[in-house]
Design a protein around this ligand. Structure first.
Ligand SMILES: [Zn+2]
Ligand SMILES: [Zn+2]
Length: 295
């Protein structure tokens, strides 16, 4: 029985006093049984929260009561349990750490609806599609034929674009989980002289919900206790990575449970249990282990 909803949302819009907003928002969430994490900055809001259906409705009404967020778009998943155990609201300088502080959102790539991307593929259009996420995210899920840069963090985007200059005159589509990173990633490409840049509107989560088992392959990395979301149902679309331990196909990952290691491991469900959620024998015997297992 799905009694919970998980929301993903962001909006670039002016927040006059992020500290005041943070306090008010945290109070509201705590009194409404909402868990999750929300980043707020003078430039906007970026968050993911969980709650029971009725509490989530209240949450949406509350956030939309702020004039600058009146038209915010929520991406929603129904779940059996909440995807967050605590509530954090943090004031940040940027709602996504980007190093693209000079980049103007007004230069953002043209918005490409999921239907249009589907059509690009179906019609055999000549285009380049670039993943604006980190290497580990694209390892377990990506669009067919996508360029998946080896980024450790989104701060590396400038270097990535440097390496894509040969595509300046081509049609380029950027994508990320919910769209937030592409707002700046695509704008930076436009500023660098790329001629025909699109950003996937609503991100992977919106596309994969509308067109499962098509051009999105694998799972979607999410930054909450679900670890991944699996939009596809057909086996040939589900798993695109190999387990680091046994080599079998998987689209799952763990962080090594030794807190002093915390390494990301692409692995299958069988091996994660056999390895006790650790990357090595050494980490298994380490003193500082994560308290809870997820997934
Ligand atoms: Zn395995
Ligand atoms: Zn380890």
């Amino acid at each position: 029985m799905n009694e919970y909803k998980v929301l993903l949302f962001y909006k670039y819009a002016k927040v006059e006093d992020p500290d005041a907003f943070m306090k008010e928002h945290l109070d509201f969430c705590k009194s409404s049984n909402i868990t999750g994490r929300v980043f707020v900055a003078k430039e906007g809001i970026n968050g993911t929260v969980s709650g029971k259906f009725s509490d989530i409705e209240k949450y949406k009404t509350n956030l939309r009561s702020y004039p600058q967020f009146a038209d915010i778009i929520f991406k929603e998943d129904d779940e059996e349990k909440p995807a967050h155990s605590k509530m954090h609201v943090r004031v940040k300088k940027e709602i996504v750490n980007s190093s693209l502080t000079e980049t103007s959102l007004e230069n953002g790539g043209k918005r490409l609806a999921p239907e249009q991307l589907f059509e690009f593929y179906e019609s055999g259009k000549d285009f380049v599609i670039v993943d604006a996420r980190n290497w580990y995210e694209s390892k377990i899920g990506r669009f067919k034929g996508a360029i998946t840069p080896p980024m450790e963090t989104f701060r590396d985007w400038k270097n990535v674009v440097e390496g894509l200059k040969e595509y300046k005159d081509k049609t380029v589509v950027t994508y990320c989980t919910g769209g937030i990173r592409c707002e700046k990633a695509s704008a930076y490409m436009v500023e660098q002289g790329f001629k025909d840049v699109y950003q996937l509107d609503g991100g992977i989560v919106t596309y994969a919900k509308k067109f499962p088992d098509t051009y999105w392959e694998g799972s979607i990395w999410v930054f909450d206790e679900r670890y991944i979301v699996e939009p596809n149902t057909k086996p040939e679309y589900k798993n695109i990575a190999d387990c680091v331990f046994c080599g079998k196909p998987t689209s799952y990952y763990i962080n090594c449970h030794n807190l002093d290691c915390d390494k990301i491991l692409i692995c299958c469900h069988t091996c994660k249990k056999e390895m006790d959620y650790c990357c090595s024998e050494e980490c298994r015997n380490a003193p500082r282990k994560r308290e809870r297992y997820y997934g």
